[in-house]
Design a binder for this molecule. Structure first.
Ligand code: SAM
Length: 200
């Protein structure tokens, strides 16, 4: 890792990290904003950054296990003095298990989660009964989870799992933001599918 990245990791990223906050964390209070969106698996951070800078009234939590995108988020958010962006560097399942205040999140965005295309790896896919239970508990009434993928088999199985849950599912007409994996999917000519799952 370059010296500048190491400095960002040591000095900037901790300013955004939520793991040290008292639990259950009420992000609306942390951000001093009513509407909070979680970008689960934020990757290189394009979506979280564009959401936070284009919607100053919204608080955005970006979660990823990988470091590089979170460093970009910390650098750009510091440069732009964004006060509505926080991060967690680690497993989002921990955050969703018991860190956050129930019914406190307006939207969870799951954009191009790892597709795990091989059948023997399907059990590693993020969309599962457990994950949906956690999302459902965290969403405010009327809140939604958006799921986008370019893997047709994942979309099919995730749609069925979500439809069997307590969510109200509608085909989403959301103008999907261009994340790194979205750009890749377009380049490869993949079909992109999305849905919105509402807690109503
Ligand atoms: C295929 S990438 C998509 C990234 C981004 N959403 C995009 O559209 O470009 C999936 C991301 O999810 C992250 N991820 C997978 N499981 C995770 C978990 N349990 N907690 C946090 N991040 C996770 C991976 O590290 C990876 O960066």
């Amino acid at each position: 890792m370059s010296a500048s990245r190491e400095r960002t990791l040591r000095e900037l990223l901790p300013n955004f990290e939520i793991s040290g906050l008292e639990r259950p964390i009420d992000l609306a209070k942390v951000f001093n904003r009513e509407m909070v969106i979680v970008d689960f698996g934020s990757g290189m951070g394009l979506h979280a950054l564009s959401l936070a800078s284009s919607s100053p009234d919204v608080g955005v939590l970006a979660i990823d296990v990988h470091t590089v995108g979170l460093l970009a988020i910390a650098e750009i958010a510091t440069e732009q003095e964004l006060t509505n962006l926080r991060t967690h560097h680690g497993d989002g399942m921990d955050v969703f298990t018991d860190w956050l205040k129930p019914e406190s999140i307006a939207e969870v965005h799951v954009l191009f989660p790892d597709p795990w295309p091989k059948a023997r790896h399907h059990k590693r896919r993020l969309i599962s009964q457990l994950f949906l239970d956690q999302v459902f508990a965290l969403l405010k009434p009327g809140g939604r989870m958006v799921f986008v993928t370019d893997d047709e088999s994942y979309f099919e199985s995730a749609s069925a799992t979500i439809a069997a849950h307590k969510f109200r599912v509608i085909q989403s007409d959301w103008d999907i933001p261009m994340t790194t994996y979205h750009q890749r999917a377009v380049r490869l000519g993949h079909k992109i599918s999305q849905l919105s799952a509402y807690k109503s």
